[in-house]
Design a protein around this ligand. Structure first.
Ligand SMILES: *Cc1c(COP(=O)(O)O)cnc(C)c1O
Length: 385
């Protein structure tokens, strides 16, 4: 190993994206065929009329020799209006100063870690299984990650273990708690006891509530933010808004938290093209979000059909993916069978995610979902449990 590199980074298991999938392959050996149901994107591209608006904006309004608007003035304004009108908010009114925009919410996660834990200032708490980027980004910054388990049926966080972990002031106290609402990969929204626990956390701990799937779940804690200056909500344009290619995420929080996130991020973190795309998406949100109800109908169909396999434990989901576990007794056998199913589906043309002791399958278009079910049936025939 090169002696100037941090030795802990050699062991770090980074996030490994599958090969990019293009509609038509620009280079010969990039796959174009698979149903890509492993990263919870929307199955629907931006409608062509919105792509045309974006092209027009690019041609007429963006000067490529100029830096982007590093303060995201219009975008933050526009996002705050979208958050306010989500219909669930009784009294809160958010303004630009409550919003910080990131190059995907991944960047915001990193900014939060820099702002709270970096330099020996603290560690983070996550309940496994959950979104892998919290742990990966923390480790890359040399920040300790404390994990607690979830109940294996309801996937509720083991709150006793979580409270214990916080009390046990390790070398570095827990400074940030990450939860996803609803959780990935398991699909469950936060329960009343989990919410009570989050509300009870002291003000010297930052609570990050990742609402990446808000457009599907329609559950948000935005209404409670004003009572909790130690809470941050994360959202993204990568899922319901169909803009994963553009890398736009945002956080909603107390202005003092936002001011720090603005300080630690890169000055021009979002390309002008991405800013323009997010603005167009918000302006045309009713058109874009029409796809949500169809995805939810398709989700019910997938859950219903897969629940008929006696060997599968299929969870309810509040997001655009479903999560399956196998009911076999012995762990080794479960792992082998999951790997087998994952590979069979991949070889037959459907990419899904093997994670958290189960399989996570993104809800795709109706034809993709029909193929998923067919391919599952074939794979299952050859599986011995
Ligand atoms: C998909 C996802 C995100 C989105 O990340 P981006 O960087 O905005 O694409 C964030 N959090 C969770 C839990 C997710 O599943």
């Amino acid at each position: 190993m090169l002696p100037f590199l941090r030795s802990d980074l050699v062991e770090l298991a980074a996030y490994k994206p599958e090969l990019g999938v293009y509609k038509a392959s620009p280079v010969s050996d990039v796959p174009t065929q698979s149903d890509k149901l492993d990263t919870n994107e929307s199955p629907y591209d931006l409608p062509i009329e919105l792509k045309e608006k974006l092209v027009w904006t690019y041609k007429e309004l963006i000067e490529t020799n100029r830096y982007p608007d590093g303060g995201h003035i219009l975008l933050r304004q526009s996002i705050s209006e979208y958050v306010n009108e989500s219909g669930l908010l009784s009294s809160n009114v958010f303004v630009s100063n409550n919003i910080s925009v990131g190059n995907g919410s991944d960047e915001l996660i990193r900014s939060i870690l820099i702002a709270t834990c970096l330099g020996g200032n603290g560690s983070v708490l996550v309940a496994q299984p959950t979104f892998s980027m919290y742990g990966i980004l923390a480790q890359a910054l040399g920040i300790p990650v404390v994990t607690v388990p979830r109940n294996s049926d309801s996937f509720e966080i083991n709150l006793e273990a979580a409270s214990e972990a916080i009390k046990n002031t390790q070398k570095q106290p827990i400074r940030t708690v990450f939860v996803v609402h609803p959780n990935s990969p398991t699909g469950n929204p936060l329960t009343a006891p989990e919410l009570e626990w989050l509300r009870s956390l002291p003000e010297n701990i930052l609570v990050v509530i990742d609402e990446a799937y808000f457009e599907f779940s329609q559950t948000t804690l935005a209404d409670e933010l004003s009572q909790h200056p130690n809470w941050v909500i994360l959202r993204t344009f990568s899922k319901g808004f169909r803009l994963a290619a553009m890398r736009v995420g945002y956080s909603i929080a107390h202005p003092e938290v936002i001011a720090i996130l603005e300080k630690v991020r890169l000055p021009y973190n979002l390309p002008s093209f991405s800013i323009a795309a997010a603005l167009i998406a918000i302006q045309n949100r009713s058109l874009l979000l029409e796809s949500v109800s169809q995805i939810l109908d398709e989700r019910s169909k997938l859950i219903k059909t897969l629940s008929q396999y006696p060997e599968l434990q299929v969870s309810e989901s509040a997001a655009n993916f479903i999560f399956l576990r196998l009911k076999a007794k012995d762990d080794g056998q479960i792992n082998n069978s999951l790997k087998y199913l994952h590979k069979q589906l991949k070889d037959s043309g459907t990419l899904i995610r093997l994670t958290g002791g189960g399989l996570r399958i993104t809800v795709g278009s109706p034809s993709e979902n029909a193929r998923t079910l067919d391919r599952f049936e074939v794979a299952f025939k050859n599986l011995e449990l």
